[in-house]
Design a protein around this ligand. Structure first.
Ligand code: ADP
Length: 162
């Protein structure tokens, strides 16, 4: 069975993430979406469990997906789960240098694991979790940026935090 991991902060999940997860699920037998968090840097808006819950609700129709959390090295996580690949979305050239550095480091740490880059959909090129938070904090409409199943909860949570 070919297993891939889709890692990220997902703080919160956006339509850009869901597009990459959906496409990864077509390429692999199983995809594990993993919310990476760091106890020492509690700067996120949503707790790891909240982020998992939002992703689960947004991916209900996709059967070959699991959602998990992890705090540690992605290379170790993938090895534990028997994953052969990491799938990442690439938006613009600006993503490339950081992602390439990560891919090379992961290759050193876990030579069995490949990093696969999926080109972002043109409609999501500008989209990030930070944009969602900024727009929402200032009262803008984020309904086109995040999955409809979780939009209201994301708005509520960001406004509570303000
Ligand atoms: P991180 O905080 O580690 O950058 P993110 O949660 O922002 O993680 O993103 C997780 C993954 O989703 C990354 O591979 C990122 O490139 C990809 N991604 C984020 N936003 C988009 C988007 N709008 N379109 C395509 N891929 C995206």
């Amino acid at each position: 069975m070919k297993i891939a991991v889709c890692p990220g902060s997902f703080d919160p999940v956006t339509n850009g993430h869901i597009d990459i997860i959906r496409r990864a699920a077509k390429l692999f037998d199983k995809v594990i979406v993993v919310v990476m968090f760091n106890y020492h840097k509690p700067t996120s808006y949503f707790t790891a469990d909240e982020r998992v819950e939002l992703i689960k609700r947004s991916t209900k129709g996709i059967d070959n997906i699991e959602v998990d959390t992890y705090s540690g090295l992605l290379a170790d996580y993938a090895a534990q789960k028997g994953a052969c690949a990491v799938v990442k979305g690439l938006r613009a050239v600006s993503d490339f240098e950081y992602e390439f550095q990560q891919a090379l480091t992961n290759k050193k740490l876990n030579p069995e694991m490949e990093t696969i880059f999926v080109a972002a959909d043109a409609a999501n090129m500008y989209l990030s979790s930070s944009v969602v938070k900024q727009v929402c904090e200032f009262g803008g409409d984020i309904s086109e940026f995040v999955p409809s199943e979780v939009c209201e909860d994301i708005i509520k949570r960001i406004k509570e935090r303000k």
